[in-house]
Design a protein around this ligand. Structure first.
Ligand code: DCP
Ligand code: MG
Length: 657
């Protein structure tokens, strides 16, 4: 933020969500808006919180710069090879056969209010209240007023601003009308919020021999006929680009990006990264300040560095953005979590806080029942009076769904935080099993999980809560969004957040793990152990340090999941098995398998017995449930399988006779 370091114009570097332009704000006097927002927020709790978050991001930027500076020419060459390979793969996955439409209603809540009360027409309008507004019409946007801005600031920017309170029943009613129209164009359309949807119009264009331009126009007219409201649409070969396109000619407009590679690359070449759903303020800041990336195309120019700094998921996302490739299938991403939250006036009244939480648990449970979901990771989100967002998570021994179970576990999390003055409570469930919870014990530990959670000495503590401080996560943009808000910037969280559970005390077993990881790593990069990168050794050494900062945890996470086996981002070099980065659990399992194999080998060798199944190529670990079953079966049959806790007992005997 640099509020004090910018001399007499400190507002120039005060960037909040309010200063980011939305559609209809192109002609706004940005400096004036920034100054008003700065002056009105200065000294407030919100301001202090923004400063705190900004300081964290700055620290992260510094660390990432240092990480970059440490990369040798050889490192960069290696990362470039990895990046080039991945770019080729992504390029070959480019699908130009589909036509996607993204439809987005114009100033939705405000337009509904105006439709029902025509006297509001032409006046600058905000839906919401003095504390927060949900949206503003295009007249108000000319003054810099926008969604998520406190109403009192909006009023300062636009003294004639008219406020209308929200009425969700109305918005849902109009949303349902738009969905009726969408169904006529694509019965499998994907609604991502009340006013946004993706439609695959490939078939309709083909069957009716009409252009996507004509269908887009027709769709917009049909929406208007049905609702009396206008929308804007974007047409592109994939959803990522269609969403960007729908914003270009807002309001009441459309933009068509042809299904041609050249046109896409031209479009992408100058597109600012912030236009992409999934790239929020923090990500933009980091990519710009660490790597000098401003446009989507620059992702490709800096691909080696991206590979050196980010997780496989993030790298894939960034490179896809650089190429303009995106999802084209109708199946939308699987739900990863479900949540509910409430904002209220700040309170420290504990009985009120628990009452709110009970209501939230009930809503969450009902929503889970509707989707037949059972989850085993529960996250509590609290926004304090000073706008600090805390999240606390626990992994449970069984899958839960009932209000009582959710409330009981949430209560334990909450009690540990009280007393506290809060203004928002949210609950999120994740790690699902759909339908009846299966018999598999969700708490059965993975090998690396076992090692990193404290080894054999803590193996009984399978219910240890993991603490996650969201404010130290990579993306803080998401902290300002409701837990369940289906906003594209949630992708930020998905792609960029590296949170791991807090470590328990280091044990001697960690040294076993450390040796094994380094062994695998050296094998992997075909280098002697002594030549393993310093950063890896440092990452491992963090296990023995007191410092439990998020970055250290993040580094551990990276070390475990990315460096050890997946440095080339898709293929296991130990056995050649190929697994895309999105197969997170399968990768973990695969990694565990090799690690177990090595530990067992070491154990056998130390016992002076012949090593069995030590050739990973011959005994390639398969992935997936059936493979797991097969593996378990053979392990039982041949008696080679050593339960992990027993293994550590044996390992200890070897090391400390
Ligand atoms: N909304 C909200 N809080 C936000 C953003 C949006 O409650 N921070 C609500 C109000 C909006 C609706 O969601 O009317 C749709 O969000 P959009 O981002 O699509 O914004 P609008 O439809 O209002 O405007 P645009 O014309 O830019 O799409
Ligand atoms: Mg909209």
């Amino acid at each position: 933020m640099g509020a004090t370091s910018d001399g007499d114009r400190p507002w120039e570097s005060y960037q909040t969500v309010y200063t980011n332009a939305k559609a209809g704000m192109d002609g706004v006097d940005k400096e004036k808006v920034q100054r008003v927002i700065y002056e009105m927020s200065k000294g407030s709790k919100y301001f202090e919180n923004e400063q705190r978050k900004e300081a964290i991001v700055k620290q992260r930027i510094e660390r990432m710069r240092a990480q970059c500076a440490k990369l040798t020419a050889k490192d960069i060459a290696q990362f470039q090879m990895i990046a080039d390979k991945r770019i080729l793969e992504l390029e070959s996955s480019r699908d130009l056969s589909k036509i996607w439409v993204h439809s987005d209603m114009d100033a939705f809540y405000a337009a509904v209010e105006t439709l029902e009360n025509p006297s509001l027409k032409g006046k600058p309008l905000a839906v919401g209240g003095k504390s927060m507004i949900c949206t503003a019409n295009y007249e108000a946007r000319k003054f810099g007023v926008r969604a998520a801005m406190p109403g009192f600031i909006a009023l300062k920017l636009c003294p004639n601003l008219v406020f209308v309170p929200t009425n969700f029943d109305k918005y849902m009613n109009y949303s349902e009308k738009t969905r009726k129209v969408f169904r006529g164009y694509d019965p499998n359309f994907i609604a991502t919020s009340l006013d946004e949807a993706y439609l695959n119009i490939t078939t309709i264009c083909k069957d009716r021999c009409v252009s996507s331009q004509e269908v887009a126009e027709e769709l917009r007219n049909a929406i208007y006929e049905e609702t009396g409201l206008t929308c804007s649409v974007g047409v592109a070969p994939n959803r990522l680009l269609a969403k960007v396109c729908s914003d270009i000619n807002k309001p009441n407009g459309q933009f068509i990006l042809p299904n041609e590679r050249k046109a896409i690359l031209t479009f992408i070449s100058s597109l600012p990264i912030r236009k992409i759903g999934g790239i929020g303020k923090v990500t933009e800041h980091i990519l710009r300040d660490v790597l000098g990336i401003n446009t989507c195309q620059e992702m490709l120019k800096k691909s080696a560095y991206l590979c050196g700094l980010f997780s496989p998921c993030s790298i894939d996302f960034f490179l896809s953005v650089g190429l303009g490739v995106g999802n084209t299938d109708t199946q939308f991403r699987l739900r990863k979590s479900i949540s509910s939250e409430r904002t209220f006036s700040s309170t420290e009244d504990q009985s009120l806080i628990f009452k709110k939480m009970e209501e939230i648990a009930e809503t969450l449970s009902n929503d889970m029942q509707k989707e037949s979901l059972f989850g085993r990771t529960l996250t509590l989100k609290l926004k304090t009076t000073s706008f600090e967002v805390k999240t606390r998570a626990t992994s449970l021994q069984k899958y839960i769904q009932s209000k009582e179970d959710i409330f009981s576990h949430a209560t334990k999390l909450l009690k540990a935080e009280l007393p506290l003055s809060v203004r928002l409570i949210g609950l999120r469930m994740s790690h699902f099993c759909v339908g009846t919870p299966h018999s598999a014990d969700p708490m059965q530990k993975t090998l690396s999980g076992f090692i990193f959670s404290g080894g054999a000495s803590s193996s009984a503590d399978t219910n240890a809560d993991s603490l996650i401080d969201s404010e130290i996560c990579f993306s803080d943009d998401v902290n300002d969004l409701p837990l369940g808000y289906d906003h594209p910037e949630q992708v930020d969280e998905k792609h960029l957040t590296h949170c791991t559970g807090e470590r328990n005390e280091a044990t001697d077993d960690r040294s076993v793990a450390k040796v094994c990881f380094i062994y695998i790593y050296s094998f992997y990069i075909e280098m002697p152990i002594s030549s393993c990168t310093q950063s890896l050794m440092e990452g491992m050494d963090l296990m023995n340090e007191e410092d439990k900062s998020a970055d250290n945890r993040a580094l551990l996470s990276r070390t475990q999941e990315e460096v050890v086996l997946w440095i080339n981002d898709y293929m296991c070099s130990l056995c050649g098995c190929e697994l895309p980065p999105s197969f997170v659990e399968e990768r973990q399992e695969h990694s565990d398998y090799h690690l177990a194999e090595m530990l067992q080998k070491e154990s056998m060798d130390n016992f002076g017995k012949p090593t069995q199944g030590s050739n990973p190529v011959q005994k390639s670990p398969c992935v997936g449930r059936s493979a797991r079953k097969r593996r378990n079966k053979s392990a039982h049959n041949d008696g080679k399988h050593i339960p992990i806790d027993c293994f550590f007992e044996r390992s200890k005997k070897v090391r400390r006779p």
